[in-house]
Design a protein around this ligand. Structure first.
Ligand code: PMP
Length: 361
């Protein structure tokens, strides 16, 4: 039976990447390993849209990247603003709360984006040192209108550092760090980058690095970017052991991504998303969320009456297709299908045929 992993991360991994990961490790402090890191850094700069951004590749998951993005750049007497489109946007609130920071928030209705006037008014009234945005919130499938948000932020609050969570977006949706003026983009290896889970990846602007330096001690030994910076630039300078084999895999996956071509890749993601949504519409599964802000990396399909979530997903699983449940209020009402990274149109067509079979019974 053919197995197809169509959850919104982890996503299927190319055989060539798996081959790289399964090689014998090499010394994490060798010049040879440094060459792997160097290649990843160069490719990631292209993908994040930054010429001068500092790149970090750190063993850990996306949540580590989120916490790093807060604790390295926000002072204890400063305040953050969270722009949230769902569960993963709200995770920044949990981190800020847990780590004892001051914060405020603007939350959209699930499936919608935030009214630009609300952002404008909030930023006019108060100073926020750091603003978080989730590029694609994986709980709602909403794609943040980055150009619009950044226009307001740059106009009203140009000194705020902007953190972008690209976990469910990077390399599936275009990110233009320098052009937009975003200071920190964080992502994970396991989604559109098509490497197994295990690497937190960040790009950090010069201005944000200066801010980090100005904060002094941050009470976060493992996640301190000032400790990671030397060892990313020169692997012979040990701080903590790099994930050697996932870095081999990442290097290969980034080569595959860049050889496809970023424009072609973004177009493919968009077209595949449209393709599966059109097919699903024919069997009366509508897509959740405002149609103007749908992410190309995943879809939330609303169950028509009479289809029971757990049974549907388990029947699909028995036929080799894994999809994900809805989160929080959407649990039981939608299922989530990832279509990013290595997932092809043929895979989606195949999944659709299996879904039809399951529904017939
Ligand atoms: N942000 C987004 C948008 C995500 O989708 C996820 C994971 N689904 C995370 C952050 C957290 O990443 P991780 O589970 O790798 O810690």
């Amino acid at each position: 039976m053919r197995e197809l992993l169509l959850i919104p991360g982890p996503t299927p991994v190319n055989e060539e990447v798996l081959k790289e990961i399964s090689k014998q490790p090499i010394s994490h402090v060798s010049k040879d390993f440094g060459e792997y890191l160097k290649s990843c850094v160069e490719s990631l700069r292209v993908i994040f849209g930054t010429k001068t951004g500092h790149i970090f590749i750190i063993p850990g998951s996306g949540t580590l990247g989120m916490e790093i993005a807060i604790k390295n750049f926000l002072g204890k007497d400063e305040k953050a603003l969270v722009l949230s489109h769902g569960f993963f946007g709200d995770r920044f609130l949990d981190i800020l709360e847990e780590d004892g920071f001051n914060y405020d928030k603007i939350q959209s209705i699930w499936g919608e984006v935030i009214d630009l006037n609300l952002i404008y008014e909030k930023l006019k009234k108060e100073k926020f040192s750091l603003i978080t945005i989730t590029h694609v919130d994986t709980s709602t499938g909403v794609l943040a209108p980055m150009e619009d948000y950044m226009k307001v932020i740059k106009e009203v609050s140009p000194d705020s550092l902007v953190v972008l969570d690209g976990v469910c977006a990077t390399s599936g949706v275009e990110e233009k760090m320098d052009e937009w003026g975003v200071d920190i983009i964080l992502t994970g290896s396991q989604k559109a980058l098509a490497v197994p889970p295990g690497l937190a990846i960040l790009a950090v602007s010069e201005r944000a690095m200066k801010k980090r330096e100005s904060l002094g001690k941050i009470g976060f030994y493992y996640g301190d970017l000032l400790r990671w910076k030397p060892t990313i630039e020169d692997a012979t300078k040990y701080f903590a052991t790099h994930n050697t084999n996932y870095t081999f895999g990442l290097k290969k996956s980034l080569e595959i991504i860049l050889s496809e071509g970023l424009d072609k890749r973004y177009k493919r993601h968009f077209e595949n998303a449209t393709f599966i949504r059109e097919l699903m519409k024919d069997i009366v599964f509508d897509v959740f969320g405002n149609k103007n802000f749908l992410a190309p990396t995943l879809s939330l399909f609303i169950y028509p009456d009479g289809i029971e979530d757990e049974k549907f997903r388990s029947d699909l699983k028995n036929k080799g297709i894994t999809v994900a449940a809805g989160i929080k209020d959407l649990k039981g009402k939608v299922f989530r299908m990832g279509h990013m990274g290595e997932v092809r149109k043929e895979d989606l067509q195949y999944a659709f045929e299996v879904i039809k079979e399951v529904l017939k019974r």
